[in-house]
Write a protein of this length. Structure first.
Length: 334
C-alpha cells in the first residue's frame, strides 16, 4: 500500500502565497508510484485537506487525521512547505513530534534557532562562521537610531528577525529611510535585526543529508535587477540566477563546505538552503539559513538539482524514505 503523504502548506504569515506555490511544486516532484499525496492547508482560521473535485475535509488536530466518506484516514508522513510560522520556526515540528508523525524538515530546535536571524547569526558566529555584524531590537525597546549607524554604518539592512521571502526587508541609506525601514520591519513581527551591509557577490547553496548520502548542490549566483534581492526579484522574475555561479571553483567549494558544516552545526535534516555574500576578502559571509526553502518553478533548489543532474523526485523520495525508516527504528526501540 502506498504511503500517505501530507504536503503541509499555508501558514500564519505574509509568506502564505509562496507556500501554496511551493506545495504545487512538491506535489509535482512526489513519486506517484510510491506515495499518495494530498495538500493540507493550515491557516489561523482552519486546518483542512484538499480533496478531489474541490472538496475539503477538516483536519483533526488530535492526530492529524481526517474523515472522508465516513472513513477515518491517517497520514504516514508530513512534507512541510510552510515558509514562516508555524512551519519554519519549530512550532509545527513540535506538534508533529508530540503526535509521533515523521516529517521532512529540521527538528523543533534547529528550526527555531535558524528562524530567528539574530540568534542564528550569533550561534554560528561562535563556531567561526563569518556573519555580518547586527543588532536586535524588540518592540518597545528604547534605542537611538544614531547609535545603530555609529556601529553598523550606512547603508544598513533592516529586516524582521523571523521570516523569509524578503518581506519587510529594507536597505536604509539615510536616517529618514532607517525610520521607515524600522516601521516596515515591525509590521511583520515584534523583533527586527539591523544588519551591516556587506558588498559582494550574492550566492546560495542547497544541501540535504540522509543516512546513506550527503548531497551539497551546486552554488547559484544571484544578480537582482532591483537594489536588493526582494520579493519581486525572488518570485516575479526580476533577477538573474546563474547555476553554477560565475566564481572560481575553489571559492564555490568553500561555499559548499561551509553549507555542509552549517547543516551539521544546526543538526539539520531534510533540504535546507543557505544564502551568502562573497565579500571583498573572498569569504562566504552567511546571510540566512532557509530550513523550508521555496519549491516553486522559480526556486533555487530545483535549479541546482537540475545543474547537478539529480531529479527532484529522487531527492524528495530520499528524504521521505529516510525519515520513515528513522521513525520506524525509533518507534521500535521505545
Amino acid at each position: 500500500m502506498k504511503k500517505q503523504i501530507a504536503i503541509v502548506a499555508g501558514g500564519y504569515s505574509s509568506e502564505m502565497e509562496v507556500s501554496l506555490r511551493s506545495a504545487e511544486g512538491i506535489r509535482s516532484f512526489i513519486d506517484p508510484e510510491r506515495f499518495e499525496a494530498l495538500v493540507v492547508i493550515i491557516s489561523r482560521d482552519e486546518w483542512y485537506v484538499e480533496l478531489p473535485e474541490g472538496r475539503k475535509a477538516a483536519i483533526d488536530r488530535n492526530d492529524f487525521s481526517f474523515e472522508e466518506g465516513g472513513e477515518r484516514r491517517h497520514f504516514d508522513f508530513a512534507y512541510i512547505t510552510i515558509h514562516g510560522t508555524p512551519g519554519e520556526d519549530g512550532l509545527l515540528q513540535g506538534y508533529f513530534d508530540m503526535i509521533g508523525m515523521p516529517y521532512s524538515s529540521c527538528g523543533a530546535l534547529a528550526s527555531a534557532v535558524s528562524f530567528n536571524k539574530f540568534v542564528c547569526n550569533n550561534f554560528l558566529r561562535s563556531f567561526g562562521i563569518a556573519v555580518a555584524d547586527s543588532v536586535c531590537i524588540r518592540r518597545g525597546d528604547s534605542f537611538e537610531p544614531g547609535r545603530l549607524v555609529e556601529r553598523l554604518g550606512l547603508p544598513l539592512f533592516v529586516k524582521p528577525s523571523s521570516g523569509g521571502s524578503s518581506f519587510g526587508v529594507t536597505k536604509a541609506k539615510d536616517m529618514t529611510q532607517l525610520a521607515e525601514a524600522i516601521r516596515k520591519a515591525f509590521a511583520e513581527g515584534d523583533e527586527l535585526i539591523a544588519e551591516q551591509s556587506v558588498s559582494g557577490t550574492e550566492v546560495t547553496c542547497g544541501c540535504y543529508k540522509t543516512a546513506g548520502r550527503a548531497v551539497v548542490l551546486p552554488v547559484t549566483e544571484v544578480v537582482s535587477n532591483n537594489e536588493i534581492f526582494d520579493f519581486d526579484a525572488k518570485y516575479n522574475g526580476q533577477s538573474e540566477e546563474i547555476t553554477p555561479a560565475r566564481i572560481p571553483s575553489a571559492l564555490a567549494e568553500a561555499v559548499r563546505q561551509t553549507t555542509s558544516r552549517i547543516y551539521d552545526l544546526l543538526g539539520a535534516k531534510g533540504l535546507i538552503r543557505i544564502d551568502y555574500i562573497i565579500d571583498e576578502r573572498e569569504r562566504p559571509v552567511m546571510l540566512d539559513v532557509n530550513t523550508t526553502p521555496g519549491m516553486t518553478s522559480t526556486s533555487f533548489i530545483p535549479q541546482q538539482a537540475a545543474a547537478a543532474q539529480i531529479s527532484m523526485t529522487s531527492i524528495i523520495t530520499d528524504i521521505i524514505e529516510n525519515e520513515l525508516t528513522r521513525h520506524e527504528h525509533r518507534t521500535q526501540t521505545l
